[in-house]
Structures are given as structure tokens and as C-alpha cells.
Design a protein around this ligand. Structure first.
Ligand code: DX5
Ligand code: ZN
Length: 214
């Protein structure tokens, strides 16, 4: 399992220190939650904050764009450390432009889906994707409760890739903690986002290690 702690729950006044803690604990990648106040009812931070970490951590970036018109902003998130850029199914409106842009920058292509969106909406794009990010909370805020019904999507996607010889990864995001992480991995998730369950703990290094030991 790859662990992607979300810096949305980190201490922004001392971000690098928190990032060093997850690095020490064995995190695999930094989850970067970008919110525009339009697609989701909250504003988080933009590319300058992410880029402040460039060259200062060995970890790569897993960028989660919860924004409208992602094709306007993808370029800003392209760095030597950017491994994935994920956009939302709900903003594509039938266009593959954003997904193709990410691919053309040589970055792994991610596509996310909200809890209330039918998986059928995502399927037309699946062959363009390296990663499917299943939202297990309504995007916009950290620290929400896991919505178990979204696991139907994980099961569907896991079966789909096995039956069709596909090798996209499945990531889950929202409300993941020590009580449900084993379950979601057993169900087929390859990558797990955790915000408050890592950065909200008094000992971030130990919280990261505990996830990785699952
Ligand atoms: C929600 C974000 C998540 C979230 C994770 O909009 O995409 O990455 O911050 O935080 P926790 O793990 O606290 O639910
Ligand atoms: Zn996220």
C-alpha cells in the first residue's frame, strides 16, 4: 500500500518540518489538495505552496485538483517532483483535454470521482488514466467521516481491471484512519490518502509508521 498523507491537515506555518516527519515515517508521496472555492466550498492553497517544497523533500507529489477548468492550471503544478495530477470527472464535460495535457507533460494521469457521481460517468475516460481516485467524503474539507457506500466503486473498478487486463491504480481519499485502512486495502485500494489521521496526531512520525505497518 502506498501512503499519501494530505498536507491539507499539516501545519502551514511549519510545512517543511511536517513533511520531513512523514518522510521519516515512511510515507510514499505527498498528497496535495488544491481547492478553488467553486468546485468545492472551500479554498485551500495553490502551486506556490507546493513548489516551496521543491528540492527540500525526496517525496514526489500526488496533486488532487478539486477545481473547475483544470486545463487552465495543470501547467502550474508540473515540476520535477510531480508524479500524479488528478482532476475530477465532474468538471470534464465530455472533454479529454485535461487528461491529455497531464499525459503530455509526462505525468501520471489521475481521475477522481465524488461520492454522489455514478461510476458510469468516469468509464469513458478510463483508458486515459493511470490512477482512479475514489472520494470517500464530499470533497472540500479534511477530517470528515468515511462514506462506506463508495466501496462499491472500488469493487467495481478492481473487478474491471482484473477482467480487462488494465493496470490503473486505485486511490481512496477521505476519512481514512487506522480502523478502516486495512479494509480499504483488502478491497483493492493501492494508494491511501490520510490527512487528519496523520497530521492531526501528536506524533506524526509514529502515525505515519503505524499506517505503513498495516
Ligand atoms: C478532501 C480532500 C482529502 C482530505 C483528507 O476534500 O481531498 O484529501 O483532506 O483528509 P482526511 O484524511 O482528514 O479525511
Ligand atoms: Zn485529496
Amino acid at each position: 500500500m502506498k501512503l499519501a498523507p494530505s498536507i491539507l491537515s499539516a501545519d502551514f506555518s511549519d510545512l517543511l518540518t511536517d513533511v520531513k516527519r512523514i518522510e521519516e515515517g515512511g510515507a510514499d508521496i505527498i498528497h496535495v489538495d488544491v481547492m478553488d472555492g467553486h468546485f468545492v466550498p472551500n479554498i485551500s492553497f495553490g502551486a506556490v505552496v507546493m513548489k516551496s517544497l521543491n528540492g527540500k523533500t525526496k517525496l514526489t507529489y500526488d496533486v488532487h485538483l478539486m477545481i473547475e477548468n483544470p486545463e487552465k492550471y495543470i501547467k502550474d503544478f508540473v515540476t520535477d517532483q510531480t508524479e500524479y495530477i488528478t482532476v475530477h470527472t465532474e468538471v470534464l464535460n465530455g472533454s479529454t483535454e485535461a487528461l491529455e495535457m497531464i499525459r503530455n507533460y509526462g505525468i501520471k494521469v489521475g481521475l477522481s470521482i465524488n461520492p454522489e457521481t455514478d461510476i458510469k460517468e468516469l468509464m469513458p475516460y478510463i483508458d486515459l488514466c493511470d490512477l482512479i481516485l475514489v472520494m470517500s467524503v464530499h470533497p472540500g474539507f479534511g477530517g470528515q467521516k468515511f462514506i462506506p457506500e463508495v466501496m462499491e466503486k472500488v469493487t467495481f473498478l478492481d473487478n474491471y481491471r482484473k477482467e480487462n487486463g488494465k493496470n490503473f491504480e486505485i486511490e481512496i481519499d477521505g476519512g481514512i484512519n487506522m480502523d478502516n485502512v486495512k479494509y480499504v486495502c483488502d478491497m483493492g485500494c493501492d494508494m491511501v490518502v490520510a490527512g487528519s489521521a496523520v497530521f492531526g496526531k501528536p506524533d506524526i512520525v509514529e502515525a505515519t509508521k503505524a499506517f505503513k505497518n498495516i
